[in-house]
Design a protein around this ligand. Structure first.
Ligand code: ADP
Length: 543
């Protein structure tokens, strides 16, 4: 027998209606290239989204069209999120820091119809537009006063484009499975792959993310999403904020600038923020150097890459801020796990708690997890057994955009995350490596991340990478690549000795190479594919 409840569609339009009625005066504060501090309210946000929807229609954009954005976190980007998705179009967010060839590949693969581009980024499009046949026009995200001279064809100024439009718009009734946003993975394993979110997945993900045992978002919260809106929808915060009525503070192009972040955090009374480890390190360095305090921020989320212990300890000891590590990926909208303490853990010492914070967190309801061995047999949650981490749920992708998914999903529909992990009896998951980065030494697996974390804790080390290289006896052995501090005299023997007692002897790297620079992807992650290529002819001294 079926239940007798309303089959109301879960759509982003629903979030917008709720927010406009309940929180019209909630503020959105933004830094943009043309205004150091722009301020308006939710009411303005959605009124202008309707004007933009009318403008899109007049330009000739229709349902299912992909509309590209190359933009930072600010109010105009928020308007684009809502105007496109709620019109039945697809907001295709692109990372402006990608290599130009990757941007061209992505725009052509998605067949984007219009490109909305930030004032700081339009020159990138000037260099590419002749190779983008699907694009009918470019809109620069600024006002008439700041509109540049440009060689882009069919170019419009955003403010002029929407100013002429009515602020009334009849949003279509959308099926909740309608696509809303398209985001490509950063392509560390070949060409970027498109992940196409639906209204339903975005709403459920934002609901789950708001829960007290997840991000614990409340109406009184002030959010500073430092994670970019082109990086998995700023982890869902542009949807979670209006669901809860939270004030939004958007750092624009200044997301790695410690001084601006500190100013926004204190002057706008931010209570919660989210970003990748590198932005937190930049902020901590600024706070330390300038001897500043954090007045209202009490908790933050770090994800996208493993969180070093130093971030947890420095925020805790010097600024009274709790760090909650989370894990996820583009294919998962992105939320999979998040740190929270369970009942009975209140009396853990701060070091015991930090050890839990170093893990990637506990499963969020809506995203099932399992770890499996090489034959796809499920492994126990004992904190020791580790294997391929698989997930399943309504905000996990079921296929890639315009691609077959034969090796990403198994016969039962579980998605292989490409991560290797263990899960303890309390449900805390710990990533030990990516499947392709784990070092297979004589039948045993060595975690490259574990070795990197140990090496980076050495006081003379700035950054490290560990990759597996061919070894005639062991098949693969770990090679440690190190950037040391400019004034240090660190040598091979010192850094190898640092591993004594910290890992089993057979896991200690066989050799060390000192470099001045390590390659990173556009999202700031170590690019191990390029490192393996760089060291493809490397031979171990004992080989
Ligand atoms: P891409 O997969 O294209 O690099 P994503 O941003 O989707 O881009 O990255 C997802 C991957 O990032 C995860 O599969 C995992 O390897 C890594 N990751 C994300 N969060 C964490 C975390 N807290 N700790 C360790 N690794 C993480």
């Amino acid at each position: 027998m079926r239940g007798l409840m309303m089959d109301t569609q879960l759509t982003i339009t629903g979030i917008m209606r709720h927010a406009e009625l309940n929180y019209p005066d909630t503020e959105v504060v933004s830094v943009t290239a043309d205004n150091p501090l722009h301020r308006y309210t939710y009411k303005d946000w959605f009124r202008r989204s309707r004007q933009l929807a009318n403008a899109l229609k007049k330009l000739g954009a229709v349902e299912d069209d992909c509309i590209a954005t190359l933009a930072w976190n600010d109010y105009r980007h928020l308007e684009l999120y809502y105007a496109t998705s709620c019109s039945g179009m697809i907001c295709h967010t692109i990372n402006p820091r990608l290599f130009p060839e990757q941007v061209a590949y992505i725009v052509n693969h998605a067949e984007d119809k219009f490109v909305f581009v930030d004032l700081l980024v339009y020159k990138l499009m000037e260099a590419l537009h002749t190779n983008l046949p699907s694009v009918k026009g470019y809109i620069i995200l600024t006002d008439a006063e700041h509109m540049p001279e440009t060689s882009l064809p069919n170019v419009y100024c955003y403010e002029d484009l929407i100013a002429a439009e009515s602020d009334q718009f009849e949003w279509p009734d959308l099926d909740e499975n309608t696509a809303c946003v398209l985001c490509y993975t950063s392509g560390t394993t070949g060409n970027p792959k498109g992940v196409l979110y639906s209204h339903r997945s975005a709403v459920l993900h934002a609901y789950a993310g708001s829960l007290p045992s997840v991000l614990n978002l409340k109406t009184a919260d002030v959010l500073l999403p430092i994670v970019p809106m082109f990086h998995v929808n700023a982890w869902g915060l542009p949807y979670a904020a209006p669901i809860n009525g939270c004030k939004l503070v958007m750092p624009g192009p200044k997301m790695a600038d410690g001084e601006t972040l500190h100013f926004l955090l204190n002057s706008e009374k931010v209570t919660f923020s989210a970003g990748v480890p590198t932005v937190w390190l930049a902020l901590l360095d600024y706070l330390d150097k300038e001897n500043k305090s954090l007045d209202t921020l009490r908790r933050l989320t770090v994800g996208g890459a493993a969180c070093p212990l130093s971030i947890i300890e420095r925020f805790r000891d010097d600024y009274d801020v709790e760090v909650m590590q989370g894990w996820g990926m583009t294919e998962m909208s992105p939320l999979g796990t998040l740190f929270s303490l369970k009942a009975g853990m209140e009396d853990l010492s701060k070091d015991e708690k930090a050890q839990l914070q170093l893990k990637q967190g506990r499963g969020v309801f809506g995203c099932e997890m399992k770890i499996v061995d090489e034959d796809n047999n499920e492994l126990p949650w004992d904190g020791v057994a580790f294997g391929a981490l698989k997930v399943r749920g309504p905000w996990v992708c079921s296929a890639y955009f315009k691609a077959d998914n034969t090796d990403s999903h198994d016969a039962d529909g579980w998605f292989d995350t490409g991560d290797v992990a263990n899960i303890d009896a309390q449900g805390y998951m710990q990533i030990t490596d990516r499947t392709k980065d784990v070092i297979k030494s004589g039948g045993e697996w060595i975690s490259s991340i574990e070795l990197e974390n140990i090496a980076v804790d050495h006081p003379d080390v700035t950054e490290t990478a560990v990759i597996g290289r061919y070894h005639p006896k062991w098949t693969e052995r770990p090679l440690l690549i190190v950037i040391s501090h400019a004034d240090s005299e660190l040598n091979k023997a010192d850094i190898l000795k640092w591993f004594d007692g910290k890992v089993a002897t057979w896991m200690i790297p066989n050799d060390v190479v000192f470099v001045d620079e390590l390659p990173h992807t556009a999202t700031g992650k170590l690019n191990k594919l390029s490192l393996r290529d760089q060291f493809k002819d490397y031979q171990f001294p004992d080989a």
